[in-house]
Design a protein around this ligand. Structure first.
Ligand code: SF4
Length: 223
C-alpha cells in the first residue's frame, strides 16, 4: 500500500484511483495545511485521508482528472523521494516536546532531512533520530540511528527491522552537532564508494565488518 501511495495510483476493485501524498518535513503539518488537506479531500470526494507508516498524510481515492487541481489547491510539495535514496528521517518529539528528551531530535532530524532528502544512493538508507535512549524512533533498527545522550549524540549503525531484525552497533558517543553532520556525510560517502552497488547498508557493514568501517570513515576524526 505504501509504495502504491507514493506512486500516486492504486488499483481498487478493477479501477484505478489516485492518491496524493505531500512532502511533510518530519511528519509535521500545520493546522492550516491540515485544514487544506481536509478541504481538498472533501471537495474532490476522496475515499479517505490516510496517515502512512512513513508519517505522511495521503489523500486516497481521487479521480485521475482531479489530481492536478488537488495539487494546485493544496499548494504543497509532492513527496518525491522514492526508491534508492534517503527517505524521510524518522524522528521522535525529542526534548522540544517530550520530558524524557535529552537532545533536540526535531532540530537534528529536520536538518538531516533537508540535507539528505532525495539524495540518490545505490540503495535506500533508513535513518532514525531519538531524543533519548528510549529510542522511540527505532534508532537501533535503522541503517543509521542517532540517540540523544546527556552530552551529545550516540551513533548506531547497521540495524535493521523486518523478518530478521538486528540491533545496530554503537560507534560513537557524545557527538556534538557540528561533528555529527560531517560524520553522517562521511559514512554515506564511504558506503556509496565502497559497496558493490547491490548490498544494503547493513549487508555492506556485515561484509566489511564494523571495525573496518570505522577505519574507512576515520572515526577518530569525529570522536
Ligand atoms: S525517544 Fe525519548 S525523547 Fe523521544 S519520544 Fe521517546 S521518550 Fe521522548
Amino acid at each position: 500500500m505504501q509504495e502504491l501511495l507514493e506512486m500516486g495510483n492504486i488499483e481498487e476493485e478493477g479501477q484505478t484511483v489516485y492518491a496524493v501524498a505531500p512532502y511533510l518535513t518530519q511528519g509535521i503539518v500545520t493546522p492550516e495545511e491540515l485544514r487544506r488537506l481536509a478541504d481538498v479531500a472533501e471537495k474532490y470526494q476522496a475515499a479517505a485521508i490516510k496517515v502512512t507508516e512513513a508519517r505522511k498524510i495521503a489523500i486516497v481515492g481521487l479521480k485521475e482528472e482531479d489530481i492536478d487541481a488537488a495539487w494546485q489547491e493544496l499548494g504543497m510539495k509532492p513527496e518525491v523521494a522514492i526508491g534508492l535514496c534517503i527517505r524521510n528521517v524518522k524522528i521522535c518529539p525529542g526534548m522540544a516536546y517530550c520530558k524524557m528528551g535529552l537532545q533536540d531530535a526535531i532540530a537534528v532530524g529536520t536538518k538531516l532531512d533537508e540535507r539528505y532528502h532525495e539524495r540518490e544512493l545505490l540503495r535506500e538508507v533508513k535513518m532514525g533520530v531519538s531524543g533519548c535512549p528510549n529510542s522511540c524512533s527505532d534508532s537501533r533498527t535503522r541503517d543509521i540511528g542517532l540517540i540523544g545522550g546527556r552530552n551529545g549524540w550516540m551513533v548506531y549503525i547497521g540495524g535493521k527491522g523486518g523478518k530478521t531484525p538486528k540491533l545496530g552497533e554503537r560507534i560513537a558517543v557524545n557527538i556534538k552537532e557540528d561533528k555529527l553532520f560531517e560524520l553522517m556525510d562521511q559514512m554515506l560517502l564511504v558506503y556509496s564508494e565502497q559497496s558493490d552497488g547491490k548490498e544494503i547498508f547493513e549487508e555492506y557493514l556485515s561484509r566489511v565488518g564494523v571495525e573496518a568501517f570505522k577505519r574507512q570513515i576515520d572515526i577518530t576524526l569525529f570522536i
